[in-house]
Write a new protein. Structure first.
Lengths: 362, 280, 293
């Protein structure tokens, strides 16, 4: 689009909103009177899923590559981060069944370098995987990436990896985030980087490939190079997201990274709008928030009609129906391919007022 | 022949049993406007697709500025058919991909308009500048190339002005009327900074007045950008008005070539093509 | 490993392969006609397992069996009508997401209705009867599976090759729009494809779970993906291809488990998929895919 002048009002509003959000975080973090662990965990989880959802969107929504390998790349990031951040003195107890590989015994990294390395490993794996699979078209690509995610999972759980990944026992004692600001800041940096990429000339080339690959190629865009680039970058951030998930959960095993995890992220992307970064962020907040808000669906109730409905698993049924409803009747999702703007928000209010007025007069 | 911008030699394109292009040879010289005409299904677009690397030909060679960029020949017994030259000096297969060919300086438009539909008019043209950008993914992400980006935006706006679409810059390209979409495709092709422009039925669906304007426009951009143009077209007015030379294809085979006057009086062409045209 | 043990594993592999083949046909037919990987097909197969559990709880097996099959067919057609038919003209990504959504829904629904704990699959006693051949022993179901698979496939090939419905299926898979113009009822044809695919998945489910003995909400997802791989291996769209693919994957998987590589048996299937897609995307029988359905 032709560059628009950035409005002063929008800058002020954005700074204000960021300030309010930070204040809220600070309140949750430092208010010791009541326990905010619920809210904190929702926000942290949302931030982590938002990173992965935006990176999935970068592929599926912006480049038009339907990849379902997210869980696998998250697993790589999570294991890398987990293994490297478990405190050295805890390692014997974590690996008590299989022992730990000698070269790994004293290899320890702080959180941020470990996350970066997790992302890099995921990106490297994606680079290798991408060379063969990115030649495939739509649904074949989906099933091949899904297959690779399963292969990665099998490799991590393989007996010969026992002294590195602790095999089927998984990892625990991973140090958690010290405060809520850490995951928020990391997620923000990741998402901002992806937004910058999407708005760069490479991002435009990705969109061109999504729109029409033959025309894109005729415009001199090397399809393979750009697809590979999108795949590697997306997987890097997926890996970082996986690493953050490991830190957040503090213990992981390969079961965490089953196909269902990919489907959950797909749900967020579809709900938010395929091709909208802010949509993915909103989707992540809604889905993770409702995990808690809708918990009552899984618990017994005394309300007569509902009492037979509400039992464990009902919430997930609601989610799946929600996904189907969005796919069938509301294919644009919340944001479609649009992004959040202050103008858009005010426009929404104004439109509502107008319809109210019109309704009142009628 | 140094002033051959494009040289097509013995190109044959077979799809299964169908021979879409049969032993086509043609040349386009620098600064010329050459038209490729023929009835529907004569293989014109297939020829374009071979030249731009979309299909690898079954046989033949395509050179650009004297350098072979596409070359393929059937293996085995069919070898002898190759170019009619000594089969011992059998050349290797060369297949440049469409993006490499565009980078060499050949741009094209599409018969069925292939815009980036849900993107804006401005972005459609801006994307075509990406290929010439020196920025890598990091410098582009961190806006290190801001100068280049600014220049690209200015160039894009200039091109939109040239095709008269500057006021539609922020519209979604698929919402444009048909004629404007065609012009946008030309602007997008020009943005790749070509020396050879291939236009696939640029006047399709246009009325006589629009067609006249298009003729003038093609001449204008040819001079302004120092282009060589190869055009596929059904509108004979346009073809006769702007072409220096014409090639006529029928059932994949070249049946005539020459200046507009020669073609207009060629009995083969009249029976194969122009006669039919009158009935349309 | 002695020859007889190997033969024993081989027999188990063929039996598993037969069930896979029946499910793979459903994938290959739906892909042939809609160009859609029906992600929900494996979960349909899982639901069929639950249907059998409930049917057997109230009926003798000879009633329970048809009830299960009918239930599976109804579910299959409902899925098509509700989740795929409205998206005929939608982008391919949407219909694929819809298929994933159905799969996700069926899994969650099964967890909700039947809990995540494995349920015991009812035994049809005569199917479990053990027959001995020298060193080899096999239950009747192991022996029936490959035979039944071949018979069903033969019938299906006859149906596709020699009936009006079969002709319609072939036409729709070649060109939906042209078929519509030729007066073929495209929607009915697609529904019939789902009927056949679901019916075979129902039969496959009985054979598979009789051998495995338990059903849980995710017991369809991995076998489902494997059967899709089988379909790709055989050449998507080709029914004999799907059958041979199913048998191959069943045998290879059983042998891998037998040789102690069970961790890799699933990964191997996917590795196989990726290798086929790269080396020969048309699969083993892709070239003869003129009889695509």
């Amino acid at each position: 689009m032709v560059k628009k002048k950035i409005k002063l009002r929008d800058v002020i509003l954005s700074i204000l909103a960021a300030g309010v959000f930070c204040a809220l975080l600070a309140y949750y973090q430092y208010d010791t009177g009541t326990s905010h662990s619920y809210a904190i965990s929702i926000l942290e989880r949302s931030a982590i899923y938002a990173v992965v959802a935006v990176s999935m969107n970068l592929l599926n929504g912006f480049t038009g590559l339907f990849s379902l390998g997210q869980a696998g790349f998250m697993a790589i990031g999570a294991y890398t981060t987990g293994i490297l951040t478990i405190p050295v003195n805890m390692r014997q107890s974590v690996y008590y069944m299989n022992g730990i590989a000698p070269w790994l015994e004293n290899l320890h990294l702080p959180m941020i370098p470990a996350l970066l390395l997790g992302g890099l490993f995921a990106a490297a794996a994606a680079a290798l995987v991408g060379i063969p699979v990115l030649r495939l078209k739509s649904d074949y690509l989906a099933i091949a990436t899904l297959g690779f995610a399963e292969i990665i999972r099998a490799l991590l759980a393989a007996p010969m990896m026992n002294t590195i990944t602790n095999g089927s026992f998984g990892l625990n004692n991973i140090p958690g985030f010290q405060n809520i600001f850490q995951p928020m800041a990391i997620a923000a940096v990741c998402i901002v980087l992806m937004i910058l990429l999407i708005n760069s000339s490479y991002g435009r080339a990705f969109k061109a490939i999504r729109e029409d690959d033959i025309a894109a190629e005729a415009m001199g865009i090397n399809l393979f190079r750009h697809k590979e680039l999108a795949f590697v970058i997306s997987s890097f951030f997926t890996g970082v997201g996986g690493g953050m998930l490991a830190i957040f959960m503090r213990s992981i095993d390969t079961k965490t990274f089953q196909v269902t995890l990919t489907y959950n992220i797909l749900l967020i992307v579809v709900l938010g709008g395929i091709g909208s970064v802010t949509g993915s962020i909103i989707g992540s907040l809604l889905i993770n928030g409702s995990q808690e808000w809708l918990r009552f669906l899984d618990e017994p109730t005394t309300v007569p009609v509902l009492s037979s409905l509400f039992k464990p698993g009902f919430r997930m049924v609601i989610y799946s129906i929600l996904l189907m409803v969005v796919v069938l009747f509301w294919r644009r999702g919340i944001m479609g391919t649009n992004e959040f703007t202050w103008d858009g928000l005010f426009g929404l209010f104004r439109r509502k007022k107008k319809t109210k007025k019109a309704g009142g007069e009628a | 022949m140094a002033d051959n911008v494009l040289k097509v030699e013995h190109v044959t394109m077979q799809f299964g049993g169908v021979v879409a292009v049969n032993d086509l040879s043609m040349e386009v010289n620098k600064g010329e406007i050459v038209a490729l005409i023929g009835p529907n299904g004569a293989g014109k677009t297939t020829a374009f697709n071979v030249i731009t690397g979309v299909y690898a030909p079954t046989n033949g060679r395509v050179s650009f500025n004297g350098v072979p960029m596409i070359e393929n020949h059937p293996q085995g017994k069919m070898k002898k058919n190759y170019l009619g030259e000594d089969p011992e000096g059998y050349p290797a297969k060369i297949v440049k991909t469409p993006d490499q060919i565009t980078k060499l300086g050949i741009a094209r438009t599409f018969q069925n308009i292939r815009l980036f539909k849900s993107l804006t008019v401005f972005d459609n043209v801006l994307i075509a500048r990406h290929m010439r950008s020196k920025a890598n993914v990091f410098s582009a992400t961190f806006k290190v190339n801001a100068m280049e980006e600014k220049e690209n935006r200015e160039k894009t706006m200039e091109l939109l002005k040239l095709v008269g679409l500057e006021s539609s810059a922020n519209e979604i390209s698929s919402s444009l009327p048909y004629g404007k979409q065609r012009r946008l495709e030309i602007a997008r092709a020009l943005a790749t900074q070509p020396t050879l422009l291939l236009l696939d039925e640029p006047a399709a669906g246009m009325n006589p007045q629009e067609t006249d304007e298009l003729s003038e426009f093609i001449l204008q951009i040819k001079n302004q950008f120092d282009l060589t143009v190869l055009v596929i077209e059904h509108h004979m007015d346009l073809v006769m008005q702007i072409s220096d030379r014409i090639y006529v294809l029928d059932f994949g085979k070249l049946i005539a070539q020459g200046t507009p006057e020669v073609i207009q009086n060629d009995p083969h062409v009249i029976s194969a093509y122009l006669g039919v045209q009158d009935d349309e | 490993m002695s020859a007889s043990t190997l033969a024993q594993h081989f027999l188990t592999g063929i039996s598993l392969g037969g069930a896979y083949a029946l499910i793979a046909i459903g994938y290959t037919m739906v892909y042939g006609i809609l160009r859609l990987i029906n992600f929900a097909h494996g979960d349909l197969f899982m639901m069929s397992g639950y249907f059998m559990i409930f049917a057997m709880a109230s009926f003798p097996w000879f009633i329970a069996l048809p009830v299960t099959l009918i239930g599976t067919v109804i579910l299959g057609v409902v899925i098509e009508k509700a989740a795929y038919a409205p998206l005929r003209s939608a982008p391919r990504m949407s219909i694929m997401i819809s298929a994933i959504g159905v799969s996700y829904l069926l899994q969650n629904l099964a967890t909700y209705l039947f809990t995540a704990l494995p349920k015991t699959y009812p035994e049809i006693s005569f199917l479990k009867k053990i027959y001995k051949f020298g060193d080899l022993s096999a239950s009747l179901v192991t022996l029936i599976t490959p035979v039944l698979t071949i018979v069903l496939v033969f019938l299906l090939m006859q149906l596709i090759g020699h009936t009006k419905l079969g002709m319609a299926m072939r036409a729709v898979s070649k060109d939906t729009e042209a078929s519509r113009l030729m007066g073929i009822k495209v929607n009915t044809t697609i529904s019939m494809t789902f009927v056949i695919g679901s019916l075979l998945a129902g039969v496959g489910s009985v054979l598979y779970f009789t051998d495995r003995m338990t059903v849980y909400p995710y017991s369809g997802s991995l076998p489902g993906l494997k059967c899709f791989v089988a379909a790709v291996l055989g050449g998507i769209g080709s029914i004999p291809g799907a059958v041979i693919g199913g048998f191959l994957i069943g045998i290879v998987e059983t042998l891998m488990v037998a040789f102690g590589y069970s961790t890799f048996s699933d990964a191997f299937t996917f590795l196989l998929l990726i290798i086929i897609l790269l080396v020969r995307p048309t699969g083993l029988f892709g070239e003869a895919a003129t009889d695509k359905v």
